[in-house]
Structures are given as C-alpha cells and as structure tokens.
Design a protein around this ligand. Sequence first.
Ligand code: ME8
Length: 661
Amino acid sequence: MDKKTFYITTPIYYPSGDPHIGHCYTTVACDSIARYKRMQGYDVMFLTGTDEHGQKIEEKAKEQGVTPQQYVDGIVAIFKKLWSYMNISYDRYIRTTDDYHIESVQKIFKALYDKGYIYKGKYTGKYCTPCESFWTESQLDENGCCPECHRPVVEAEEEAYFFKMSPFADRIEKLLLETDYLRPKYRAQELVNNFIKPGLEDLCVSRTSFSWGIPVTFDEKHVVYVWIDALSNYITALGYENGAYGDFEKYWPADVHMVAKDIMRFHAIIWPAMLMALDIPLPKHLAVHGWITFLNKKGEEQKMSKSLGNVVDPFMLGERYGVDTIRYHILREMALGADSAFSNEIMINRINSDLANGFGNLVSRTVAMADKYFGGTLPAEREEGEFDQSLIDTVLSVRDRVNACIDETRLKNALEEIFTVVDRANKYIDETEPWKLGKDESKKARLASVLYNLLEAIRVISTLLSPFMPSTMPKVWEQIGATESDATYENAGKFGVLPENVTVHKGEILFPRIDIDKEIEELNAIIEKNMAKAKAHLSESEKGEEFAPAELAPEIGIEDFAKADLRVALVKECEKVKKSKKLLCLQLDDGFGGRQVVSGIAEWYKPEDLIGKKIIIVANLKPAKLCGVESQGMILAADTPDGGASVVFPDQDLPCGSKIR
Ligand code: ME8
C-alpha cells in the first residue's frame, strides 16, 4: 500500500531584507512537524520559498543599481544559507521567479478571468506624481506624504483587474466558524466580523504602475499583483498547471499551512476563495501563530525592527548556544496563536533549566552511574522495585500525548509533554537513590534495573525530541548505547527495547550550563551597541528617517572576493536616464577602451558632480539592462545614514584601469 502523505508549508518570505528569528520560528516549527511526520512513516512534502515580485523589490534593486533578479538572488542565497544552518529539511524550495510558477500563475489568472471571477476595473489610491507611484494609506509617511520623496500625494485611479470575492462569502464563513480549518479557532469570529459581515470587498489583483511581476498574458501592460502570485505557490510547487512536477494529485490538499497573524486574513479568506473559484479542494488546516517580540531591559515588548537595533540574529545565537538549543527555545516559548516575547534572560533561564539541568543532567548522571558502578555495561540480573511502574507508565503514554499535540500544531505543548518524562525520570533518581544502591553489593541487581529504566526513558525522550533537535539526539543515542534502529517512532511506544546488557559511552556535555550573569552582560552589550548605533543614525538624519547598518553578509573566502574585479575609471560623460528619476548613465574611461554604466544615484548626484571625477567600478559584472539602458558594471557607493548613497572616490589621481584589491 502507498504511504500516507503529509504536505506542510511555510509562507514564502519576501527577500527584502535578511531573515531573522521571526522567520526562523515558522520554518523551524514546520521543519519539526515535517520530521515528526516522516518519523511516523508519512511521505512528507515540506515546502518553503521566497515571494520575489513587487514594487518594493523593484525599487530596492534600482537603488542598488542591480536588476531585480540580481537583487533577489543575493538575498535568497542568505535565506538558503540560514535554512541549512538551522538544519531545515525542506523537500522543495519555490521561488516565485521560477519559470514553472510563472507559467502556472498566468494560467490561473486566465482561468479565473474566463470563469468571470476576474474583471477589469479601476484601482483608486494615493498617487505621487513626481515618483509615478501608487501607495496604500499605510505606506504613506507620518505626514501622509509619499514615503519615497515625502511630497504630497493625490487621489488617483489606475486601470486594474479585480477578483470577485462576494460569491464565496457564505462558504468561507462556514469554513471559518464550522470547521477546524483555522487554528486557533478563537480567531475565526474576529475575521468574520471584520471582513465577511461588512461585505467581502473585491481584491485588486493587477497593476500597471510597476513591471517587476508576472505579466497578465491577455493584457500585457498589467502584472499580477501580490496575492494571486504568492498564494498560488502552494499548488504550483506541486506541479499544478505546469510540467515541472507531477505531485499535485499526490499531496494536495495541504495538511497544514503555517503563517503568523499578519497574513492570516489572506490565508483564511482570499486563499480559500481562490481555490473555490478554481474548483480545487481546500487545505485541511491553517495554523496561525503570533509574533516573536523583543522584550527590552525595562520589560517592554517591542516589535523586532532593524531600526531599533533589536533584531535577533539567528546566526549569532546559534554560534553561542547551538542551533538545536535555539530551535528548542523558540518552539518551547510560543503557544499557538499567542505572541511570545524574546529576551536573553528568558532564553538563558530556559536553556539552563530544561536543557542543562533537566534533560542534559538526566543523561549525564545516568551514563556516569552506569559507567562508575558497572564499567559501562549493565549486568543481566534485575530486581524490580517501587516507583518502576509509575516511571514506565509515564514513558509508555507520552508518545500518544505528543502525537495529539503535533496533530493540532501545538508544539509548545508537545515539548511540555516530552519534558513530563524528563521530570518524572529525574524524580525517579531521587526516589530510588542509585548512589546508595551502588555502595551495597547486594543491591546491584536493583541498581541495574534502575539504570536500565532510566536509559529506556532517555531513549523514548530522545526519539520524540529528535524532530525538534535533530543534530543533538544522535549524540544522546551514542551515549546511552542505542542504535538508530532502537530510536524509531514504533519503539517510542515500547519499553524494554535496549538490550539488557547495554553498554553506555560517556561523552561530551550535551547542554553546558550557562553563567547567566556573565552571558547577559555580554548579550546586553551587543544589543546596546546595536541600539546606540541605530539611535545615533536617527539623530544624524535630517529627515528623521531611521537607519541601522545593514547586517553583515555571510563570510566569504579571499578566493570569492578575488572574483570581483574592481577598477579605477574616469567619468567622461554623464546624463540622467530618461523616464527614470533614479538612474544616471555614465560614460567611463576604464583603461580598456571605455564602457557605459548605469547607476541608481540620480537622487543624490547631478551629472556635473561626477564628470571629470575618478570613481571605482565593478568591472567584470555581467551586463544588465536598467530601464532599457545597458549597464556594463556598477559603481561603488556607500549607504548614507539618511538612506542615500555616497560615491567612493580614490584619494589620489590613479591611472584608469588600476586594479583594487
Ligand atoms: O508576508 N515573529 O512575507 P514576509 C514570528 N510574502 N513570525 C514572523 C516574524 C516575527 N517577528 N516576522 C516574520 C509575507 N515572521 C508574504 C507571504 S505567503 C503566500 C506570502 C514570519 O517575509 C511569519 O511566518 O513578510 C510571517 O507570517 C512571515 O514571516 C511573513 O513573512
């Protein structure tokens, strides 16, 4: 018989900045469920990816003088590096710039149009005439002006396609209120009251004011706008309406979509409406979690934000405490649906109490005693005693209790259940006092039973913990003398799996205890430094815009740096690129016969500021077209605190073509 399937997805993240601990939460949560389901024998499809189109990406790329594709490629590489660092076992990674996704979205858009669910209308919004950009109310700056140039905006209209939502209102209301699609359920009523009762508004699904998107096939000046592109990923990644994969029949409907509350509405209302319109079965569950917020020293909860300098960097945490420890901590702290405050104190206390003193200590004490009293190998003689059955009962019931939590996406509770066995086993040590038994030759059989029962408890605990902490648990198995085949899901429901004369192996301390005062001092110093930096930039900035240095890119070797060929060049001519407020086109003497480079610095430099100056270029960059003009390279400029750019000039007159290393 075919294996049962299980399909789980994270949101596809915007590659508009470096990923942080918030992105890690959803991804680690889905990874743990995916691993658990694989352990249970399911054929799992775990999907994650990136949502790469839109005006914001187009703008950022322009600012940096690169193409949108080059821009997203750079950030996607960081996302993938983080996922590999965090041990994320995704089965597929979708990028909305992948050809097969584009093909499917175009077909989906056309199908909805042909069915009469998409129609052409007019989009009304706030328009900045000088920037030629539409903005939503929430994107405007604090004075209600354009967030880019800070000049007043006007109400304006643009032609756009809309998706008709009203035909699906009744079915969606039933889905939310009468099924267990939405988790936690208590959020359903607020969605119905806020969005369905007042009448479902049609959704704008195309734009003409920017071009970095999937073209509408039957009306090429339009690109598909945000949600039809993004939400479709869950089916296009399986091969819906494309030939790249043939997994739609096998895995759809999805078992779990997991998202944070910011995008709950889109997944609870718009996504079901789209699927209903396409006659596709609905996903089984939408699990919504809250925000990881940052708890500052005054005990106030803050949104994590780059400009406040309080973004928690998962690479830094992983290096200090270990990736599995961080995985455990974020999952253990957040209840489904609720926010969870991140603070260094909470994290270190949690690591010390649960991992160092709780589980780590259980393993090291048990293994050390087996080593000390029996030279590592338990004898065959046994003597049952008081407290054994109570421990065994707790061990034997835990798997079902964890299963129930996993099936309801309650990972915090799943970990709590596993730790009831850790606590029970530690209590069993206090009750049976093996150190006393060890001193009495006549109690050796009893001691062997006690240690065997403890090793069995650890085997079951570590098996059930392995989806959450995948790299540490094999080390536990090594220490307690278990093989991978002892540590299976099936065996997690049994007691007495290890051989009676099992041999333990003393090993490294799994979770070293952290000196909380010293550690907090160090971490607070890091955070204060970040905050001070962010603040200093704030006061420097004339416009009152917030600034914090961009996060460091991942480390590279000298050989990677050497691939970039940087040269000195002279600006001979320079002019603005027509139809663009941001781009300058420079004619350069590069020492090799000349070249043309386009750069997104027109807001800060007039052509005459640059003509006659020596600058530095990346000379071996693949040519790219910006606003239709070919650019053969890129000029070096630094970010300024107010969000501008400052061109780098050599401090002496160097010949054109001089190499920079
Ligand atoms: O919304 N705490 O992408 P996005 C917890 N592209 N989770 C957090 C978090 C925090 N502080 N910050 C981010 C988008 N997340 C769209 C989605 S899906 C078809 C399209 C996580 O990059 C959380 O999962 O803004 C949230 O839903 C997601 O990142 C938003 O990611």
